[in-house]
Design a protein around this ligand. Structure first.
Ligand SMILES: NC(=O)c1ccc[n+]([C@@H]2O[C@H](COP(=O)([O-])OP(=O)(O)OC[C@H]3O[C@@H](n4cnc5c(N)ncnc54)[C@H](OP(=O)(O)O)[C@@H]3O)[C@@H](O)[C@H]2O)c1
Length: 360
């Protein structure tokens, strides 16, 4: 029996994870955490004693001693739990990409010390992990991450000027929490995933490509040096990568349907529009610059998305805030978590002031 701590249990990933755990005789929930929503009902129905709403999640992890930490908290708030699991060699099923983006170098050092498993839950990274498993890195020419293109694919910058929160939250293929849905509309999500992939798979940025694939059936492709490409396909359903991470290496059965070819299936790809969606190019730039630039990118994006969702910033202002923040910070590498938290806070201050100046 694997005992799973479900962090972010009230969210989109958290709820789907609970569905998988409840249906599995080999998994049980040992701890539940959320940011502000109550967990009483989720805990009582499952007999879970270790529960925490907000605050320091590492105390909850200490007392519940999980075999697997499913980190489905949204944003930088997920960082302590990521480091807790990596440092101790406790298997980490990671949906919270922001923690790996912000603290990539520190997280990898912690994983080296802890020696445990880091299993991606992000669908593209779960797919890439499966395509790459058992292959020598020098045989890999590049990793191709697919992007749906979000609700605004094909639009020009002018056409994005008046878009609303409701427009941005209408994702064509994935049902997700509000922050990642806005990130998908700006392509910041793919930017975060680019940096996440760099840290997860030890690939340099020039060997990670992004391609737009509107139906989200192909989740990742690995090109090998012999000219072959290996892809991972399936209908867009997060229960597949969540189940894969929670039951690794067993690949348990799920209730998700496999692909149906009886009506035909077309796969279309196109290059991303980096001018209309500058947050993808800015992420590549932040990733290549290294140090705390990825942390600043993430922090500024979190501030800007929150301001957009609160109606304080126009949609195109999100990229503006991130660009200004990256200009303002020094990106000096963080020697430890305290320095990283300072870099995050400094980037947030710049981003808040940039967002304030852009108020409509
Ligand atoms: N949704 C997807 O399909 C998907 C796919 C790939 C990756 N991801 C990643 O998975 C993570 C979660 O995404 P989501 O879509 O599930 O988000 P979501 O629906 O907004 O849920 C976020 C969860 O995090 C909790 N939370 C927020 N702040 C917290 C804090 N300070 N301490 C503890 N818990 C906190 C929330 O609790 P409250 O309910 O109390 O606010 C909620 O349970 C994100 O990093 C996202 O990028 C999501």
């Amino acid at each position: 029996m694997k005992r799973v701590a479900v962090l972010g249990a009230t969210g989109s990933i958290g709820r789907q994870a609970l569905e998988i755990i409840d249906a599995s005789p080999e998994l049980e929930v040992c701890a539940l955490a959320s940011g502000s929503n109550e967990l009483d009902e989720l805990a009582t129905t499952r007999g879970v004693r270790h529960v925490q709403v907000g605050g320091d999640l590492t105390a909850l992890l200490d007392e519940s001693s999980p075999d697997v930490v499913l980190n489905a908290v949204v944003g930088f708030a997920g960082l302590p739990a990521t480091l807790w699991a990596l440092e101790r060699g406790v298997t980490l099923a990671l949906a919270n990409k922001e923690s790996l983006v912000a603290a990539g170098d520190l997280a990898l050092s912690a994983r080296e010390r802890g020696g445990g498993l880091l299993l991606p839950v992000d669908s593209e990274h779960s797919a890439a992990f499966q395509c790459l498993e058992g292959r020598a890195l020098e045989t890999v020419e590049s990793l191709v991450l697919t992007a749906s293109g979000g609700p605004f694919r094909g639009r020009t910058r002018e056409e994005l000027e008046g878009v609303t929160r409701a427009d941005a939250l209408a994702h064509p293929t994935w049902q997700m929490g509000p922050k990642i849905t806005v990130d998908s509309a700006t392509l910041a999500n793919k930017g975060l995933e680019l940096i996440e992939a760099h840290f997860l798979f030890a690939l340099p940025y020039e060997r990670i490509e992004v391609v737009v694939h509107p139906t989200s059936v192909v989740h990742a492709i690995v090109r090998f040096r012999d000219g072959a490409s290996v892809a991972h396909l399936g209908y867009p359903d997060m229960r597949v990568p969540i189940s894969y991470a929670l039951t690794y290496p067993d690949r348990a059965e799920t209730s998700v349907e496999g692909l149906d070819f009886s009506e035909g299936l077309s796969l279309e790809f196109e290059p991303p529009d980096l001018e209309t969606f500058p947050l993808l190019a800015l992420a590549r730039q932040a990733g290549e610059s290294g140090g705390t630039y990825p942390c600043a990118y993430n922090a500024a994006n979190e501030v800007a998305v929150a301001a957009f969702l609160a109606g304080r910033l126009p949609f195109l202002g999100i990229a503006g805030v991130v660009a200004e923040t990256l200009e303002a910070v020094d990106g000096v590498p963080a020697a430890d978590i305290e320095e990283l938290v300072q870099a995050d806070a400094e980037a947030r201050r710049h981003a808040e002031s940039a967002a304030g100046a852009l108020v409509p």
